[in-house]
Design a protein around this ligand. Structure first.
Ligand SMILES: Cc1ncc(COP(=O)(O)O)c(C=O)c1O
Length: 383
């Protein structure tokens, strides 16, 4: 959906501003076929005048980026915002959103608001403002809200995006292009059934999801706190933005990847800030906590073991079974890192352990039921 909107509002070579660190997929979403350049609004751990916390987005930082890019001859057509944010977990106040909308209106810029985590706000005290809820959007024609099922409905991979825009030209263009991105009918049917069941969503799904998120997050935060890892206090997201700088000595982008490799070698995947989120400084990782509790426990034990090793022996390259493969990823991209992860999954014992024969031996009752079911299907001539 981001690609379709980007294609509709810009031409190849045009630019969209975006606060960094950010979800890295965006470079491909808008840079791939639409060929739109992403201009970073750099947020850093150092607080600037007027900031109340590190990595804080302000309208002033957007304005400074805009002026600098224009002075360099770039054509900025808009800004892409993620609210709630990935990877920081922040939510933007109504005042900040209005400041940005006013700035964009002044310069005739589009605002793509990615609200894909809007129902992943586990902090009940937090006040969330969807851009669509604002009563006086200064330039509604240039505000486009996108959302998707992947995060809020725990359905990564469903790949169903939603656009809300009042701009007829944009809607017409997206309508024409969406032919190539159609959501399969059966998937649409399943998703429709889910959103229509409001009672179940309100009373069961969402409260259960939030309470599980809070529990998992608090478990991870406690473990990280015991390891001396500061985390960003944020009300939303399926993840934590964690500061591992203390364990990366000397603190360099290369060493951030060495720590990443060490985690991988120990069998735990933490997303490195520079490589995956275009963070402007080394030391930060995003840690997803929305996994089964036993996975979380094993993961945290592995992280603790890696950090203990770093504290005792310094940050040295991994020596484990996958050390050679890990060593080769240093110069390569996130795609290579993900390929490495997939390679490890497929070469791990999991596939071997889950072979049909093993399953059959371990589940004799289910096997018998399966055989009976197959027999009765054969009898009915149903293949
Ligand atoms: C901010 C943001 N937008 C969009 C997406 C893409 O979602 P989907 O899996 O539906 O393509 C992601 C996925 O990580 C994301 O974090």
């Amino acid at each position: 959906m981001m690609e379709l909107v980007a294609t509709s509002i810009g031409d190849p070579g045009d630019c969209l501003m975006m606060p960094m660190p950010c979800y890295g997929g965006v470079f491909w979403d808008v840079g791939g076929r639409a060929e739109i350049e992403v201009v970073p609004v750099h947020l850093t751990s150092k607080m600037e005048e007027g900031d109340t916390r590190p990595f804080q987005l302000t309208a002033k930082k957007i304005e400074d980026t805009y002026n600098k890019a224009r002075a360099e001859g770039k054509k900025i057509v808009g800004i892409l915002l993620i609210n709630p944010h990935n990877p920081l977990g922040d939510i933007y106040s109504a005042e900040l959103i209005m400041d940005i909308l006013n700035f964009c209106h002044k310069h005739s810029l589009h605002v793509i608001m990615d609200e894909i985590y809007m129902m992943s706000i586990f902090d009940t005290e937090a006040k969330y403002t969807s851009v669509l809820s604002l009563p006086n959007i200064p330039d509604p024609q240039r505000v486009h809200m996108v959302w998707g099922f992947a995060k809020d409905f725990c359905m990564s991979g469903m790949r169903c995006g939603v656009l809300y825009s009042v701009n007829e030209a944009v809607n017409k263009a997206v309508d024409a292009l969406v032919y190539f991105n159609m959501i399969p009918g059966p998937i649409q049917h399943i998703l429709t059934e889910i959103v229509l069941d409001k009672e179940w969503l309100d009373k069961v799904f969402i409260p259960t999801k939030y309470s599980r998120m809070r529990e998992a997050r608090s478990y991870m935060c406690d473990k990280l706190s015991a390891l001396g890892i500061p985390v960003r206090k944020s009300p939303s997201g399926l993840y934590i933005w964690a500061d591992f700088r203390k364990y990366i000595q000397p603190l360099t982008p290369e060493n951030e990847l060495v720590l990443f490799e060490k985690f991988m070698d120990a069998g735990v995947y933490l997303t490195p800030g520079i490589e995956a989120f275009n963070c402007g400084e080394p030391g930060y990782f995003r840690m997803v906590f929305t996994v089964y509790r036993d996975h979380l426990e094993v993961g945290m034990e592995r992280i603790a073991a890696v950090l203990k090793d770093c504290a005792e022996n310094g940050l040295t390259k991994p020596q484990g079974a996958n050390a050679e493969a890990s060593a080769n990823v240093k110069e390569e991209s996130l795609e290579d890192l993900l390929g490495l992860l997939q390679g490890r999954i497929s070469s791990s014992g999991w596939l071997e352990e889950t072979r049909t024969q093993n399953w059959a031996t371990q589940n004799p009752v289910a096997l018998e039921q399966f055989k009976q079911a197959m027999k009765s299907q054969e009898g009915s001539g149903d293949k």
